[in-house]
Design a protein around this ligand. Structure first.
Ligand code: TMP
Ligand code: ZN
Length: 423
């Protein structure tokens, strides 16, 4: 196996170690998770001979502001240049985007709004805004995905978000009423630069809506598999409130969604914006809830790390038992989470024969680390495994519905997180 561990590739830095907190700058950071060197969760391999790059995967807690972040930052080039994640594959996400567009527009007493989506992927969210008479523009660093979005009629700039991207947006489309960033803010190293660039494009009466996985949910549901190199930060409301305040911005609303295992939707406005009402109660509710649950101490995070180790032991014991009975197991959903899970458990294709995924671009590739092949979902009916391990557990219902024929002929499902379950 051509595995490369270390900080350089062709004399280029693959990752660097981050010593200060991304939010408050404090160096008082304590480690609570250490997965060792892990391959990049979305870097699928084309063949057995492909070079596989690894980097340390460790999570640090900031004793000053309660933000969690990875100990290293991988050069984004290795993670995002050809992204295989297509958000439109999931119907659940489409429905979520429709709700987000409705909500954002409802904050204004008018239509024909200008909307920018940062990290717009294949334009799934912007299509929902466009359908509601908004003028839309997207920005995404993955060239393959930008091309597709542009072909589909969603104007998309291919760039990383920052000062340059922001000026391209203003040049092409002017200041924006609604700026969205769903599932991208936790991916950026320079969170302050990100917000500062949002201020460059946001109109004075506009709203910035950011959605991030909620670290409180990660801890509560032991979603350790959401920890991977793309996810640099694991946010709570407290550090986010602090971060936005540092830019003269104010959180005006917070809501929670099940998407991606439990996410926060935080709406933020410029301090001078009096046209959108601030829901102070909801901000106070979350900040005090987090304190009440001790999330401003390292304790719950350490506890989670211990429980995750137990969960792995239980899962591996069950797997051994099933294998000893001659059971054949396939996976469903070649998600990044699945990759973390399989690598953490040290599995390979002797344990899990193949993984099905409806994303065309992933089919025919190998999962990094475990080298398990990713194939079409029709393999479930053709190869007839006895068990499906649901790796994309956030879409369990949708996946079970899609595989009704499998369960009708006696097939069973394994769900490992937050507790081992056989259905
Ligand atoms: P995610 O959890 O990172 O969103 O990834 C989910 C993966 O599962 C993604 O690769 C798409 C795949 N998937 C299917 O193949 N079929 C489905 O019905 C659903 C919901 C997801
Ligand atoms: Zn901090």
């Amino acid at each position: 196996m051509a595995t490369k561990t270390g900080a350089t590739k062709k004399n280029e830095r693959v990752f660097y170690r981050r010593n200060g907190c991304r939010v408050c700058g404090s160096k008082d950071l304590a480690k609570y998770f250490d997965f060792g060197d892990m391959p990049f969760a979305n870097s699928f391999l084309k063949s057995e001979h492909d070079e596989e790059i690894r980097a340390p995967l460790q999570v640090m807690y900031c004793n000053n502001c309660s933000n969690s972040q990875l100990s290293v930052v991988v050069n984004p080039k290795y993670l995002f240049s050809s992204y295989l994640y297509h958000s439109s594959v999931s119907e659940t996400f489409n429905v979520h985007c429709s709700g987000l567009a409705e909500y954002a527009i409802s904050l204004f007493g008018r239509r024909n709004l200008k909307c920018l989506d940062i990290g717009s992927n294949d334009g799934t969210l912007l299509k929902q805004f466009k359908r509601r008479d908004c003028e839309v523009i997207g920005l995404d660093p993955a060239a393959n995905i930008c091309e597709q979005a542009n072909r589909d009629g969603i104007r998309t700039v291919c760039a990383f978000w920052g000062k340059d991207g922001a000026s391209q947006i203003v040049e092409k489309s002017g200041k924006q009423d609604i700026v969205t960033a769903t599932n991208v803010f936790a991916h950026v190293d320079d969170a302050h630069g990100f917000v500062s660039s949002v201020l460059d494009v946001l109109s004075d009466e506009g709203v910035f809506i950011v959605e991030v996985p909620y670290a409180r949910e990660m801890v509560r549901k032991k979603e350790f598999d959401t920890i991977y190199h793309e996810h640099l930060s694991y946010f709570l409301v407290n550090p986010l409130d602090r971060l936005f305040s540092m830019h003269g911005m104010r959180i005006c609303n917070i809501s929670e969604f099940d998407i991606h295992g439990g996410s926060l939707r935080i709406s933020v406005i410029k301090g001078s914006n009096s046209s959108i009402k601030i829901n102070k109660e909801i901000v106070d509710h979350y900040t005090s809830l987090e304190r009440k649950e001790g999330l401003n101490t390292i304790k719950p995070y350490m506890k989670m790390a211990v429980e995750v180790e137990q969960l792995k032991k239980k899962f591996l014991a069950k797997l051994k038992e099933l294998k000893s009975k001659g059971m054949r197991i396939a996976g469903y959903g070649a998600s990044a989470k699945g990759n973390v899970f399989l690598n953490y458990c040290g599995l390979d294709r002797d344990d899990i024969e193949f993984i099905v995924d409806d994303t065309k671009q992933k089919q025919g590739l190998l999962y990094p680390g475990t080298r398990i092949p990713v194939v079409l979902s029709s393999w479930i009916m053709e190869k007839k495994p006895d068990y499906i391990l649901i790796l994309a557990w956030n879409f369990t219902q949708e996946i079970m519905k899609k595989t009704e024929d499998f369960s009708k002929r006696g097939g069973k499902y394994i769900i490992a997180i937050p507790e081992l379950k056989i259905i």
